[in-house]
Design a protein around this ligand. Structure first.
Ligand code: FAD
Length: 391
């Protein structure tokens, strides 16, 4: 199928933009391009998550900050998303002896929001779909694309292959981007990928008597030298707890009793709140997940293809800024489109020029914080500051 205009004289409004990946950044990006009047085709490898019973994702909830909100605002989505978020005005530090100390995020009234990842993704997909010039193509997994012709090859759920052409390809297909693979074959493309030794797993803290088990308007943190647990509130009055720990430590805990012993030693106050039986069971529900940091440059290929979100810059989650930075990519690209009259041959290099240093800085800050956390295990005060300053 050839969606592209192939007509140099045709005005850019008629051009077709293929957004590959209908995750958080892809769905938001579709709104941006649709608002500008492009014909937008979103290709997402999963089935439509709005119809799925279980939505697999990288984390159940995440922290939305000012950076991400600004990007949502531009396409009229800020209020919808904020209304379903839970404000977190402070961190709440849980010490080993059970005392809790709040540390505000900023001045009075400033806060970040805990938002449900699946709901955010669904809302953004539905927002994109309200534009008559947008199509959402689910169960379309990109296999490959040609830098010479721009043709993209997708495989459908039933195994059939489809070839599709567009005027601009926007790679929003996440940390393991298939779009980015073609960039790797190009001369002068810089790329680095680092897995950190820590993994993470998520646990649910249920409500008690229909109410939150802990104070809801906080991002709860249990800093424990090389380990750390955090908990963010959900609208259903549960908390999602995320345990970050080196893989070698995860591997030492192999039975339910060992889980309880481990929690008794490091997170005793969390045991009655999560529930000992649930803890023993849920700890083994999924294996610990890896965390990768990806840096690359440039973010564009000619006037044909551009990377955004985790496809351009996967960051370790210790700054809570991965999605927020990806949302900001969309906002910045949109501003450059205004400045350069939607001329892709000028916009794409300018986007790389402006955006690479900022995204790399976020990746460095996130990694720096992670490294500092490990390097200063003996300096409790330093560690404490490091943990709490950036979450
Ligand atoms: P993704 O969310 O990975 O979406 C990519 C989409 O592309 C998916 O829908 C996928 O199915 C699709 N896809 C993949 N391959 C193909 C293909 N070949 N063809 C078609 N479609 C494809 N960020 C924050 O800002 N705040 C936080 O608090 C925060 N917490 C985090 C906690 C954890 C534990 C982790 C791991 C990450 C966290 N992040 C956070 C980072 C955030 O999750 C990512 O930055 C964000 O999901 C990036 O969005 P994306 O759309 O670029 O990629």
């Amino acid at each position: 199928m050839d969606y592209s205009t192939n007509d140099n004289k045709s005005i850019s409004k008629k051009k077709v933009v293929a957004v590959v990946g209908g995750g958080l950044v892809g769905a938001l990006n579709a709104c941006y391009f649709a608002k500008r009047g492009f014909q937008v085709e979103v290709f997402e490898s999963r089935e439509d998550i709005r119809q799925a019973k279980i939505v697999k994702g990288r984390s159940i909830n995440l922290a939305l900050s000012h950076r991400g909100r600004q990007a949502l605002k531009q396409v009229g989505m800020e209020d919808t998303i904020v209304s379903k978020g839970i404000p977190m005005h402070s961190r709440m530090i849980h010490s080993l002896n059970g005392t809790q100390s709040p540390i505000p995020y900023g001045k009075k009234g400033q806060y970040i929001l805990s938002v449900d990842r699946a709901n955010l993704n669904k809302e953004l997909l539905s927002a994109a779909e309200t534009y008559p010039n947008t199509n959402l193509n689910f169960a379309h997994k990109l296999l490959d694309w040609s830098t010479e012709t721009g043709a993209m090859t997708f495989v459908r759920a039933e195994g059939a292959k489809e070839e599709i052409q567009a005027d601009l390809i926007v790679g929003c297909d996440g940390a393991f981007s298939a779009i980015r693979k073609q960039f790797l074959r190009q001369s002068r493309f810089n790329y680095s990928q680092t897995y950190i030794p820590h993994g993470y797993l998520e646990l649910t803290m249920p409500p008690i008597n229909g109410e939150f088990a802990m104070k809801p308007n906080y991002l709860h943190i249990w800093p424990r030298n090389t380990f750390m647990m955090i908990a963010l509130p959900n609208l259903d009055k549960t908390f999602t707890c995320t345990l970050f720990m080196p893989f070698e430590e995860f591997e030492k805990v192999t039975t339910g009793d060992q889980v309880i012993k481990f929690f008794q030693k490091y997170f005793p106050d969390a045991i009655p709140l999560i529930g000992a039986e649930a803890l023993k069971r849920d700890y083994f529900h999924l294996p610990a997940q890896a965390m990768v940091s990806v840096k690359c440059s440039p973010y564009h290929f000619g006037d044909k293809c551009v990377l955004m979100g985790d496809a351009a810059h996967a960051v370790v989650p210790f700054y809570g800024q991965g999605m927020n930075a990806g949302f900001e990519d969309c906002l910045v690209f949109n501003e450059i489109m205004d400045q350069l009259n939607e001329d892709f041959s000028a916009v794409l290099p300018e986007y790389t020029r402006v955006r690479v240093p900022d995204d790399h800085a976020i990746a460095d800050l996130a990694m720096y914080n992670y490294v500092e956390m490990r390097a200063h295990v003996n300096s409790k005060w330093f560690l404490f500051r490091k943990y709490v300053d950036n979450f």
